[in-house]
Design a protein around this ligand. Structure first.
Ligand code: IPD
Ligand code: CA
Ligand code: CA
Length: 254
């Protein structure tokens, strides 16, 4: 069984230096399919470094990353799922809320998750069955009820047909909680639920690299993650996402 998780952390920190020291306002930037879906030279550079470093640690593993090589989900025993910069728009705008996200699956189940925000130097990690940590200290989800909770949401910005449903839902929560926030990084949204900074996160559609790491971190911190209808997600596919702390009981969104 692979256990070199500390080496993955080191690699993430090295990539964090690239992101922190990037000349981001002059970065080469291209637009991908979908509304305002950008990729910068740093997304590509960090993914290449992660791919090389991770496959050196575990050469038999498959690799599934946001920036290319994601037409087909690998069927290897171990698979790395990677988002080199989750929160690319934040990165381009100097809004320091972006993260490197790495997950290791074994037999299509999440074994390890890491989400690292190099700007705040916050490293969220979880190993299946061993709890979740922030900078090496155990974290737990909040036990507060929704009415004393903060709600995070994502707008699924690259899928124009879904954006209205995100805002309608966000509006519907306004009189049921303290306040609603849109941070711009799905993986950090999940980690903020995991460490009790927020009670709920939802988004109409995200991809495996947006939630593979953070969903394990929420679950290992005592929270629940599902699709909006309450059903289990398939980690090899994009889907809706609903994640919440232990004070909210069982939830669904309709
Ligand atoms: C996006 C961010 C954003 C979320 C989108 C994601 P990217 O990832 O996580 O918060 O709303 O659904 O695609 O493109 O910045 O890696
Ligand atoms: Ca992402
Ligand atoms: Ca990304």
């Amino acid at each position: 069984m692979f256990k070199d998780f500390d080496k993955i952390e080191l690699l993430a920190r090295e990539c964090g230096e690239i992101i922190k020291n990037a000349d981001r306002y002059n970065a080469d930037t291209m637009q991908k399919e979908g509304h305002a879906n950008f990729v910068t030279e740093y997304d590509i550079k960090v993914q290449a470094k992660l791919k090389k470093g991770l496959l050196e640690l575990l050469p038999c593993a498959g690799f599934f990353g946001e920036e290319g090589e994601n037409d087909r989900f690998p069927d290897d025993e171990y698979v790395f799922v990677v988002d080199p910069i989750d929160g690319t728009t934040n990165f381009m705008k100097g809004f320091n809320m972006s993260a490197i996200a790495i997950s290791l699956l074994k037999d299509m189940d999440r074994l390890f998750g890491l989400v690292y925000n190099p700007f705040s130097d916050e490293m969220f990690t979880a190993v299946k069955g061993e709890g979740a940590n922030l900078n090496g200290k155990k974290i737990r989800v909040s036990n507060e009820p929704l009415e004393r909770g903060v709600v995070l949401f994502g707008t699924s910005p690259y899928y124009p047909d879904l954006i209205k449903s995100a805002f309608d839902k966000a509006y519907s929560f306004m009189d049921k909680c303290i306040d609603v926030r849109r941070m711009g990084s799905a993986e950090l949204d999940l980690c903020y639920v995991a460490c009790g900074r927020a009670e709920l996160y939802f988004e109409p559609f995200i991809q495996p690299w947006d939630y593979a790491a953070g969903s394990l971190i929420v679950e290992e911190a005592g929270g629940r993650v599902s699709k909006w209808d309450g059903s289990e997600f398939d980690i090899t596919k994009g889907c809706s996402c609903l994640a919440y702390g232990s004070g909210l009981g069982r939830m669904i969104l309709v």
